[in-house]
Design a binder for this molecule. Structure first.
Ligand SMILES: Cc1cc2nc3c(=O)[nH]c(=O)nc-3n(C[C@H](O)[C@H](O)[C@H](O)COP(=O)(O)OP(=O)(O)OC[C@H]3O[C@@H](n4cnc5c(N)ncnc54)[C@H](O)[C@@H]3O)c2cc1C
Length: 458
């Protein structure tokens, strides 16, 4: 039995930084990884998908080259082997770099293999037994495979197996019209596949406001993506050369045909084979580890960070979990997960930057809300770039003048949103942002202009 001050399970977006911080404070730390170092974001999530999105953007620019006065003699062709090689190189160097760094840290011992609790203080990894005064769970999640009729009879893809693709699926059916499905759908359409997106809800990304969903749908349809909404009863039928997905949509033919199917219908936490019962750690009905505001589980010495606690589903929320735990344990801070303001991106092109409340949520609060909306065609930089799709909208509280939330769907929207989050953390009156001078020509310079248009919600 090897004894540690801390055992960390998983090397996702919280574990490695936590290991380094605890070790620097003089603790003996064990960190365990059963797969590739860096977890989902590095290997199957943010890093590879944004690398592929960049290739797809280059393909799109090549298709639109003449709009910019650039004549390409011959045809621009996608080389999927090179697209994948570019992605693999970045993923590989990030993952191996992380592993090397972890192994180089004083006071940190790296274990490879599947970790399972034996009790609240001990964990087995293969034939090794480790005990720890504290245990930090950072096990993330995996793609969920829905129990749809026929799914077991087709060779479906997930966001993980998509990473091995070095060819172009001729007709790709994407099941799920939310964040992951839309990013893959648009990139493969741009690479040259014919993409159909099937969504059970009546609109895409149904967590967003209807005007955001509708504009995203228009953007994707304009690129030739077939979108089937209200697909209530999705079922699959394998054929000799194709897969048929029956969709029972309100409009259009009752089935969609494709050569490949990508399931992008959400994720499940990796908590089912972790021995949580032996450790007496409580989970909720969906398998997420129950935590308090400081990310402590139902057991005093066990914490859960990142996607597995159900309090966030992003790299930045997992990393913020690390910051909360490290600051509280090492510096006696009193940081809480509820101090965090929701912020995230949807990395289609143009991207969506989202912050705080949506319009729907703001309406539900019953407070007096101000709303400003501005199309990207009003943004000089967007016109200059020839990328005028989308709009921005900002919500503020009429009484306190605080910013409540925003959606910036447009070129640079994923960056521009940050000036508003700073104002929210600083609890600034929106007029402070409105009166600040910004660089011309940028998308951000239109944020003060938009704030000048705030009107009571109708
Ligand atoms: C396609 C896709 C695109 C995404 N894009 C973005 C994006 O652009 N921006 C963003 O913010 N987020 C994005 N996300 C979400 C982001 O990847 C996750 O929120 C983030 O990786 C969560 O990190 P984590 O630390 O909770 O867990 P993970 O990164 O999943 O890491 C968990 C680690 O634990 C290991 N592990 C699990 N169980 C055990 C065990 N029993 N023993 C030992 N090791 C174990 C796993 O092998 C893994 O390495 C994306 C996700 C997907 C799927």
């Amino acid at each position: 039995m090897k004894r540690y001050d801390a055992i960390i399970i998983g090397t996702g977006q919280a574990g490695p930084s936590l290991a380094a911080s605890l070790a620097k404070a003089g603790m003996q730390v064990a960190i365990v990884e059963r797969g590739k170092f860096g977890g989902t974001c590095v290997n199957n999530g943010c890093t590879p998908t944004k690398t592929l999105v960049a290739s797809a953007y280059a393909a799109r620019l090549a298709q639109r080259a003449l709009d910019y006065g650039v004549e390409i003699t011959g045809t621009a062709k996608i080389n999927m082997t090179r697209v994948k090689a570019r992605k693999d190189a970045l993923v590989e160097s990030t993952s191996t770099g992380l592993e090397k760094w972890l192994r180089s840290l004083a006071n940190v011992t790296v274990y490879t293999g599947h970790a399972r609790f034996r009790d609240s203080h001990s964990v087995s990894v293969g034939s090794e037994s480790l005990t720890g005064a504290r245990v930090f769970i950072n096990v993330g999640g995996r793609p969920s495979v829905p129990n749809l009729p026929g799914v077991e009879r087709i060779p479906y893809l997930t966001n993980e197996s998509m990473m091995d693709i070095d060819y172009l699926p001729e007709r790709l059916i994407v099941v799920g019209g939310s964040y992951v499905g839309l990013e893959f759908g648009q990139m493969y359409q741009r690479f040259g596949s014919h993409v159909s997106i099937i969504e059970m809800n009546s609109r895409l990304v149904s967590r967003e406001d209807p005007d955001v969903s509708d504009t995203i749908r228009e953007i994707l349809e304009a690129e030739g993506i077939e979108i089937r909404l209200n697909a209530k009863c999705i079922a699959f039928e394998p054929g000799q050369h194709e897969i048929r997905a029956s969709v029972e949509c309100d409009d259009g033919p009752p089935e969609v045909r494709g050569t490949h199917v990508l399931l992008a219908v959400g994720r499940v936490p990796n908590t089912d084979d972790l021995g949580l019962r032996e450790a007496e750690v409580e989970i909720d009905a969906r398998g997420y580890i129950k935590v308090d505001e400081t990310l402590k589980s139902s057991v005093d010495n066990i914490y859960a960070l990142g996607d597995c606690n159900g309090r966030g589903a992003f790299t930045h929320t997992a990393y913020n979990d690390y910051e909360i735990v490290a600051d509280n344990l090492l510096r006696g801070a009193n940081r809480k997960v509820s101090d965090r303001i929701p912020i995230y991106g949807l990395f289609i092109d143009p991207p969506l930057g989202r912050l705080g409340m949506s319009e729907t949520e703001a309406r539900q609060t019953g407070r007096k809300v101000l709303l400003a909306r501005m199309p990207m065609t009003d943004v000089a930089r967007a016109r200059e770039k020839g990328e005028t799709l989308g709009f921005m909208k900002i919500l503020a509280d009429a009484d306190s003048k605080r910013i409540l939330g925003a959606a910036v769907l447009g070129v640079g929207g994923d960056e521009a949103i940050h000036s508003l989050v700073d104002a929210m953390y600083g609890q600034l009156d929106y007029t402070v942002v409105q009166h600040g001078v910004r660089i011309h020509p940028t998308l951000s310079e239109l944020i003060p202009t938009a704030l000048g248009k705030l009107q009571p919600l109708s």
